[in-house]
Design a protein around this ligand. Structure first.
Ligand SMILES: NC(=O)c1ccc[n+]([C@@H]2O[C@H](COP(=O)([O-])OP(=O)(O)OC[C@H]3O[C@@H](n4cnc5c(N)ncnc54)[C@H](O)[C@@H]3O)[C@@H](O)[C@H]2O)c1
Length: 299
């Protein structure tokens, strides 16, 4: 039986990945310490679940024994809390990732898929392509991009097969909705359900590339299981829809009644994924269209 380990497996994206791996017949080890400020955690009781902290090496190292694939999603995953507490973001995103990489190296795992972020593109011109230089505007992006470099180093120096997936804005079922730091579509849906006005930061003209959580899960599965030339290990692949849309347009699709709040600091004006590399090398293509998902869930 194939054995997969998912860190952050009780969170938004990780829990969907755990469910999918279980459906594929994998034995799944799920690690999460419920650090996130999410209103709910999703533990699949068919997985082997461990409430453990990736920043504590001794707490996780024994879980990697005879694991085939590691999917590393555990993180301080939101920009605003990371700005408030940069050291915690560095501890989880840099040291935690280093621990996961080293446990994987010690156990000769077959492949490690690291969940990174498009926020490393910062103020670069769109479309964002993997060859652009980084522009890290906040502690979240700097810590996630630092961890990308550690993944690449583990591939180059220790021959650990890693693949780095840079997600754009992920949406879908189970997206956190609590507080103002949750992903925007989740917040809008909660505000609509509670009969409130939707709140837009800045002028709402920020353009974002939104990608569906099910498509992100599929990218992880392909990245782990597809036969790949060694030259791809340590490389970065964008995971986006290849299209972008303004926050105001998204709001209008959900509820045409909103108010504006002051612009947020240290965030980019526009993101748009160039997805040619992942399409060509991994054969991955996004399937869900955001307007279809919103019309199903918002009404
Ligand atoms: N959601 C997005 O739009 C998006 C975009 C780009 C990248 N990402 C990346 O994808 C990954 C998953 O994001 P998500 O949206 O599912 O976030 P999430 O916060 O819902 O999931 C992350 C999980 O990691 C857990 N965690 C945090 N610190 C931990 C620790 N020290 N030990 C063990 N577990 C810990 C949290 O409790 C949480 O359940 C993250 O690495 C994030 O940076 C997400």
């Amino acid at each position: 039986m194939i054995k997969s380990l998912v860190t952050g497996g009780a969170g938004f994206i990780g829990s969907h990945l755990v469910d999918r791996l279980i459906n594929l017949g994998h034995e799944v080890i799920c690690i999460d310490n419920e650090f996130a400020n999410n209103e709910l955690f999703y533990w699949n009781d068919k997985a082997k679940n461990f409430k453990a902290d990736i920043t504590i090496y001794d707490e996780i190292k024994y879980l990697f024994k005879s694991v085939d694939y590691v999917f590393h999603l555990a993180a301080e995953s939101r920009i605003v809390p990371a700005i408030k507490n940069p050291l915690k973001a560095f501890e989880i995103n840099i040291m935690g990732t280093s621990n996961v990489l080293n446990c994987s190296r010690e156990n000769n795992i077959k492949r490690l898929i690291y969940s990174s972020t498009s926020s490393g593109y910062g103020l670069n011109n769109i479309p964002n392509i993997e060859t652009q230089s980084e522009d890290c505007l906040n502690p979240y992006s700097v810590s996630k991009i630092a961890a990308e470099k550690i993944c690449k180093m583990y591939s180059d120096l220790y021959s650990l097969p890693t693949i780095i997936l840079r997600y754009f804005n992920v949406y879908g079922e189970r997206a956190p909705t609590k507080g103002q730091y949750a992903p925007v579509i989740g917040i809008f849906l909660r505000q609509k359900n509670e009969g409130q006005k939707l709140t837009i930061f800045g002028d709402g003209e920020q353009m974002r590339d939104f990608v569906y959580v099910g498509d992100v899960v599929e990218a992880n599965i392909i990245a782990a299981t597809k036969e790949l030339d060694r030259k791809f290990f340590g490389q970065i692949f964008n995971v986006g829809s290849g299209e972008n849309i303004s926050i105001k347009k998204i709001a209008k699709m959900i509820k045409d009644d909103f108010e504006y709040l002051p612009e947020r600091q240290a965030e980019s004006k526009a993101t748009l994924a160039d997805i040619r590399k992942i399409q060509q090398a991994l054969g991955w293509h996004p399937k869900m269209e955001i307007k279809n998902w919103i019309s199903k869930y918002a009404n």
